[in-house]
Design a protein around this ligand. Structure first.
Ligand SMILES: *[C@@H]1O[C@H](CO)[C@@H](O)[C@H](O)[C@H]1NC(C)=O
Length: 166
């Protein structure tokens, strides 16, 4: 009774429509999901504060605790999280230096507390760090199975670097 084209079309619709609806629902649910991230980060110790090749360089120990479990939905593939040191200089209104990062593969591992040395050194483009006020900011990228990546951040604390090199 029906033409082959019609049947093919019906088959296509049958197969693709549920998938489309599912993808749409996933994005829709994500849009209405409002996570509540809790996090703290503090400088435990300044291990070294030096000037190298004319640039200030800091090595330090951080105490990071975070609960990012609310970022995980059934559509979450993984969460990339990184901690930056942010400060202002006369040259740049925002200097943003990544100190530590981590990939969280699942909800079970999204709540943690750890003491770590900075993975990447805090190096200034100059000699601006003595006595400088630095803000610690946690950034996260939620990578979904389908739909848009969500980026957000949260300011955690601030501290002042020493007035003198060590
Ligand atoms: C690290 O942070 C956790 C949670 O904020 C706190 O309970 C712990 O005492 C801190 N440890 C140090 C060495 O600061």
């Amino acid at each position: 009774m029906h033409s082959a084209t019609y049947r093919l079309n019906a088959l296509f619709t049958f197969a693709v429509l549920p998938l489309a609806v599912m993808l749409l629902a996933a994005s829709f649910l994500d849009a209405f999901h409002s996570p509540s991230v809790q996090a703290h980060a503090q400088i435990v110790k300044i291990n070294r504060f030096t000037k190298r090749n004319g640039n200030d360089e800091v090595r330090l120990s951080l105490n990071i605790s975070a609960d990012l479990q609310s970022l995980f939905t059934w559509n979450t593939k993984q969460v990339f999280v990184f901690l930056t040191a942010e400060y202002e200089t006369s040259k740049n209104s925002l200097n943003q230096i990544s100190l530590w990062d981590h990939i969280i593969p699942n909800k079970e591992q999204a709540k943690f507390q750890r003491q770590v040395p900075n993975k990447y050194p805090l190096v200034d483009q100059g000699k601006n760090l003595r006595g400088k006020e630095v803000e610690l900011v946690l950034h996260w990228h939620v990578m979904p199975n389908t739909g848009k990546m969500i980026r957000d951040k949260m300011s955690l604390s601030s501290f002042n670097l020493p007035e003198a090199y060590s």
